[in-house]
Design a binder for this molecule. Structure first.
Ligand SMILES: Nc1ncnc2c1ncn2[C@@H]1O[C@H](COP(=O)(O)OP(=O)(O)OP(=O)(O)O)[C@@H](O)[C@H]1O
Length: 301
């Protein structure tokens, strides 16, 4: 495997009595997009701050492009988009990006292509104070892309964005990753990131409680499949006696089964066609998978 751009190993961070991170480990390879999921207070921002060198872990190690957080090599490699971006309102988008480019030792002429890339070139010469939230977020992304970072850290980058802006945002992220940048982004929504990232890491109370592709997480969660069987008009009692499960709504019987038990259950339903008006199979949703892992009190899986 290629050397990871970000390697976090057994990192723990404590703020007084609060354990914000406990033995967290994760790695992000060049070109990989990893989603960091967790409820409020799970430790996502603390992990970002540790990677940036703003917070010093009590235990464990972090390497960014092979260097310690905050070292020159790490600072050159990493780019960060905080959750709430605040820019000086009186500068134009172009002036602001040119300023950040100079600070990073890059050519200020990089500003315009970046504004085009994030879709706000038409507003390049408007003052940032007049930008909408979505435009400011796009500007923030443009700022984070200055100088082709090796590692992009994005803290809840799409919160408050409309669906079109989100789609555009993930399309830029896909291009950047395809060009070799490692991306670690935090989110509260599994359904949002599942098709937009390569791997998912779920943090709960400062611990990594699950890690993998969505397919792996869904399989590992082993959540039940729900089968709702609608009875023919007066036959709900007979249907209930035949199938078991619980009655719902006066006309329906509801059953839960594992993936392996699904076909045998459908065969039992098919054996009484006169009693059955309709069948609905409900697979576990992404939010169910997320809840399963993020509520689990135990350690890493
Ligand atoms: N500077 C601090 N001093 C004391 N406690 C802190 C500090 N920063 C974070 N914490 C605590 O550490 C825990 C993790 O917080 P963190 O901000 O990393 O979570 P998060 O996953 O980013 O949450 P959110 O989704 O709400 O942004 C929380 O219990 C929080 O209250």
């Amino acid at each position: 495997m290629t050397d990871p751009v970000l390697a976090v190993d057994a990192v723990s961070v404590r703020f007084g009595a609060v354990r914000a991170l406990s033995g967290v480990g994760l790695a992000v390879a060049p070109g990989e997009r990893v989603a960091l999921l967790g409820h409020n207070g799970a430790g996502k921002s603390t992990l970002f701050k540790s990677v940036l060198g703003f917070v010093t872990p009590d235990a464990g190690t972090i390497a960014v492009a092979g260097g310690a957080p905050g070292s020159l090599v790490a600072r050159r490699a990493v780019s960060y988009l905080p959750e709430a971006v605040a820019f000086p309102k009186s500068l134009t988008g172009r002036e602001l990006l040119a300023h950040f480019a100079r600070l990073k030792g890059e050519d200020p002429r990089a500003a315009m292509p970046l504004l085009e890339r994030v879709g706000i070139a038409a507003a390049a010469d408007r003052r940032v104070g007049t930008y909408s939230k979505g435009m400011r977020q796009r500007l923030g992304l443009a700022q984070a892309l200055i100088g082709r970072p090796g590692l992009l850290l994005l803290d809840e980058p799409t919160s408050g964005l409309d669906p079109v802006s989100r789609r555009d945002f993930y399309s830029v992220i896909a291009d950047v990753a395809a060009a070799g940048t490692a991306v670690l982004l935090s989110s509260h929504s599994l359904s949002e990131v599942e098709s937009k990232t390569d791997r998912i890491v779920i943090l709960s109370a400062g611990r990594v409680v699950a890690e993998g592709t969505l397919a792996e997480l869904t399989r590992r969660a082993g959540l039940p499949i729900v089968v709702r069987v609608e009875a023919e008009a007066a036959d709900v009692d007979r249907l209930h006696r035949h199938l078991g499960g619980t009655r719902e709504n006066g006309t329906r019987v509801v059953l839960a089964c594992s993936g392996d038990d699904k076909l045998p259950l459908l065969a039992r339903i098919a054996a009484v066609p006169d009693l059955v008006a309709d069948v609905e199979i409900v697979l576990p949703g992404l939010d169910d998978v997320y809840d399963h892992f993020s509520r689990r009190p135990g350690g890493p899986s």
